[in-house]
Design a protein around this ligand. Structure first.
Ligand code: HEC
Length: 90
């Protein structure tokens, strides 16, 4: 019985020490940085594309993002009534 307790103490002690080491590593390791490679975008904004964007926003996005002012000013998610129909306009 004593031998089992001794073994259990080593097992749980080692496990606890391992968890402490992992937590210390996560806490102390430096945050990695990455070089940002921005794509070279050539954005054209003619009236046909703007109209298409408006159509997409008014069908896909407005359900969730419409504010009390009727514009795309947003609202608190918790107050978002359209969430029941996945944000589709009703
Ligand atoms: C089902 C509901 C829903 C729909 C539909 C929806 N959104 Fe969102 N959108 C959200 C929520 C919720 C957030 C906030 C997410 C967060 O903060 O983690 C968000 C965040 C955003 C943000 C980030 C805003 C910020 O200040 O960071 C943008 C941009 C955005 N949405 C654009 C769009 C566009 C464009 C569409 C349509 C193509 C769209 N959304 C459709 C719910 C929706």
């Amino acid at each position: 019985m004593r031998k089992i307790l001794k073994v259990l103490r080593y097992v749980f002690g080692s496990l606890f020490a391992f968890i402490l080491l992992v937590a210390a590593y996560v806490q102390l390791a430096p945050i990695p940085t990455y070089e940002v490679k921005a794509p070279n975008l050539n954005i054209v904004s003619d009236s046909a594309l703007i109209a298409e964007g408006r159509r997409i926003v008014m069908t896909e996005c407005i359900g969730c993002h419409r504010g009390e002012d009727g514009k795309i000013s947003g609202q608190l998610w918790a107050d978002n009534a359209p969430s029941a129909n996945c944000g589709r306009p009703t």
